[in-house]
Design a protein around this ligand. Structure first.
Ligand code: PLP
Length: 224
């Protein structure tokens, strides 16, 4: 699709100076919609729903790196553990322990990000900064051999007041920098979506998760 190529090229151009990674968020998109984006060279895709991802991934090229970016229930980890590239939404010790357990059965190490609640809305999932610091310092977590916590993820408030959005991203980055003193492996910062990725890049994002700017507006009525 010509449209995809133009959008992807301009996104790549914008991201290059920041060395940030583009994750194409493909939730609700069919394999037929995803394939042209892959054909234009995109390899990192983000999905929110376990069942949808499990159904879709065998239909698509095996070199796709699937990022899980939705709320993840413990009892569903086993379905994605064999192939998921990175889980961005770890928000409890129990979930991390389950990922570690499933990854150990597969003899894998699954890269994970801690999801931090930075927005003002109560509906968004995630750990507080204090909870995240506790988790990082927990001896139980340090003993886990099949997960590696490689960064943090956050979603900013859904507002047009960009100073609020910028501040939330900035707080997340500053928290990451403080934690990196003890945990230098904490390098990734997954922040920014179609509406706010430019601000996220300016505030130090290393992974932007972009859906509608690539695929067009989502139509949830088409979901099964
Ligand atoms: C849907 C979603 C995105 C992409 O949103 P767009 O506004 O379509 O770019 C990014 N991150 C998460 C966690 C999402 O759920």
């Amino acid at each position: 699709m010509q449209h995809n190529r133009v959008v992807l090229d301009s996104l790549r151009e914008e991201l290059a100076p920041f060395s940030a990674q583009l994750i194409a968020v493909s939730k609700t998109r069919s394999a037929a919609e995803i394939l042209p984006v892959w054909q234009n060279g995109q390899r990192d895709f983000g999905e929110n729903y376990v069942q949808e991802l499990v159904e879709k991934h065998p239909l698509l090229p095996s070199d796709i790196r699937w990022h899980f970016i939705g709320h993840l229930q413990r009892n569903k980890v086993k379905y994605i553990a064999p192939f998921v590239h990175c889980i961005h939404t770890v928000d409890s010790l129990a979930l991390l322990a389950e990922i570690d357990k499933q990854a150990s059965k597969l003899n894998r190490v699954i890269p994970c990000l801690l999801q931090i609640h930075i927005a003002r809305e109560e509906t968004k999932f995630g750990l507080s900064f204090d909870e995240a610091a506790d988790l990082l310092n927990s001896p139980i977590v340090r003993a886990m051999k099949h997960v590696s916590i490689v960064g943090l993820m956050g979603m900013a408030s859904n507002t047009e007041d960009w100073s609020i959005v910028r501040n939330e991203f900035r707080n997340l980055r500053e928290f990451k920098l403080r934690q990196q003193i003890d945990f230098p492996e904490l390098t990734a910062l997954s922040m920014g979506m179609s509406g706010d990725y430019r601000i996220a890049l300016q505030e130090g994002s290393t992974m932007v998760r972009i859906g509608s700017a690539i695929f067009g507006e989502r139509d949830y009525s088409k979901q099964s």
